[in-house]
Unconditional design. Structure first.
Length: 497
């Protein structure tokens, strides 16, 4: 059991011990304080509150607020109305409740003292502000959060400067690994550039009402290879990963050059990425000449998924961008590479290709990317993997078992060692996991394969591999605003498919 888990258990025990003493002072049978929810029922009865407050605790997420409010009201019946007493109730009940329950200076005053107390106007504003911050923080952590699309990797499904709501309840609400953090800030404080969180308390991966990601969902997740990074957002971070720099320059050279900039981040504080989940645990994925196959079958056609095509016209012809648009080729990125005077590389969607109106003498063919050494899992296979010719590759599934061959070790070692936290060693060509020799491994988590809809302009799983389930943030659900030299009105309040 981790030290953080032990600390959390001790905090819970401390809170219940305190409630035991508080119940005794309030002339409530003390053992009732030790029974979850029955204790709040007893508080509601003792304070003559409406019974509906007890049942509101069972509303997902919002019920947490109600429980906190009941505890604050109970503290007020001890005559404690000060802001700091209420803050102690919320943040350190494991210390404050035992003080109220066992200090000779504290007593249960009852409803009369509450009825006679009037808050000042300033106090009302402070309480409202604190509650709003706590409420917004919990909603942002567990229910939904707003995001902005910064890059064209999901075009034309999502455009740069689309503003989204991401539903964090779709796959179950994930408990933050680092709960002690500045509200409304992801991992870095504005202005100072310092960390916005502390790792003093770390909670193991926990997800309430967990559900699996479905194939073809558009998903927000924490960037898996962002656990270690060169903290320079201009040249590194998500642009060029620490591991890519290691592969290109060697570990010693990277640490010698960037040592002061190299940092680590917990899962929930890694960069947020958005991609489409094209394969789930247990699927066999393969890309053949740019065509994605899942379990041997072509992927479900997504109309807005786009890729490069090679457009060839009659000899000595040259088409301007306006002329290309006249053919039905609308190129948001204005990506056009002249291969020859009469040949063009155009980036269009499945929908645009289906509606294309090519004049006589023009033809369009698939464009296939060349082999790339930066493609996962970074080894030179006989087939030379690339963006457009990749796999077959089996996506790990929770409970599935693999045989540890040299090829499988190359593909899945990071899952075993980093994502699932095992000690992995190879001694004399034998595999040891947690110091036990083995020839097989059973996965603890589901994994997913994420790809951008802008298939030839996307940094995705083809470059850094699998996304573990504990990195999943939520499902992109709604475009609530969009901007490009003014509002893009047609995109407002569109659901994301």
């Amino acid at each position: 059991m981790s030290s953080a888990f032990i600390v959390i258990i001790l905090m819970i025990i401390g809170s219940y011990i305190g409630l035991y003493g508080m119940f005794k002072k309030a002339n409530i049978t003390p053992w009732k304080a030790l029974v979850p929810y029955y204790n709040t029922w007893c508080m509601v009865e003792k304070m003559n509150l409406k019974k509906v407050w007890f049942f509101l605790q069972f509303v997902p997420i919002a019920g947490v607020f109600v429980t906190i409010w009941i505890c604050i009201k109970f503290v007020e019946h001890f005559g404690r109305f000060n802001f700091w007493h209420h803050a102690a109730t919320v943040f350190i009940p494991f210390i404050y409740f035992p003080y109220l329950g066992y200090s000779d200076n504290e007593r249960y005053a009852g409803k009369m003292v509450v009825d006679n107390y009037k808050k000042s106007g300033i106090r009302e504003w402070i309480d409202a502000a604190v509650f709003a911050i706590v409420a917004a923080t919990l909603i942002r952590a567990f229910v939904f959060e707003a995001y902005t699309i910064p890059t064209p990797s999901m075009e034309k499904t999502l455009l740069v400067n689309d503003f989204l709501f991401v539903n964090k309840f779709s796959y179950g609400s994930r408990i933050p690994n680092t709960p002690l953090a500045m509200p409304f800030v992801h991992h870095t404080m504005p202005v100072t550039g310092t960390k916005s969180y502390t790792e003093l308390i770390q909670i193991p991966y926990t997800r309430w009402f967990a559900k699996d990601v479905k194939r073809n969902d558009v998903v927000v997740f924490n960037f898996p290879v962002n656990d270690t990074l060169i903290n320079d957002n201009i040249n590194f971070g998500s642009v060029k990963t620490y591991y890519q720099a290691i592969r290109e320059e060697g570990r010693e050279a990277v640490w010698r050059k960037y040592g002061d900039l190299i940092i680590t981040r917990p899962v929930d504080k890694r960069e947020n990425f958005i991609k489409r989940c094209v394969a789930v645990g247990g699927d066999v994925l393969q890309v053949v000449n740019g065509k994605l196959l899942i379990n041997g079958q072509p992927e479900e056609v997504q109309p807005e998924v786009q890729r490069y095509y090679q457009l060839e016209g009659p000899k000595d012809t040259y088409l301007t961008d306006d002329q290309l648009e006249g053919l039905g080729i609308t190129i948001r990125e204005r990506t056009k590479i002249d291969i020859a005077p009469n040949m063009y590389l155009v980036n269009i969607s499945n929908k645009e290709k289906a509606n294309l109106r090519l004049p006589q003498g023009y033809r369009m063919s698939d464009f296939v990317m060349a082999p790339d050494e930066g493609i996962f899992p970074y080894f030179d296979t006989t087939s030379r993997w690339s963006q457009d010719n990749f796999g077959p590759l089996t996506i790990p599934q929770r409970g599935s078992t693999i045989t540890l061959t040299p090829d499988n070790i190359t593909r899945y070692r990071r899952c075993i060692e980093v994502y699932e936290g095992n000690k992995f060693e190879i001694r004399n060509n034998r595999v040891f996991i947690n110091d036990q020799e083995t020839t097989t491994y059973q996965f603890k988590m589901n994994y997913y394969w994420m790809m951008g809809d802008n298939r030839h302009n996307s940094l995705d799983s083809r470059y850094w591999g699998f996304v573990p389930e504990d990195h999943i943030v939520g499902k992109a659900s709604l475009i609530w605003f969009s901007w490009e030299n003014g509002p893009r009105w047609k995109r407002l309040f569109n659901s994301i498919k």
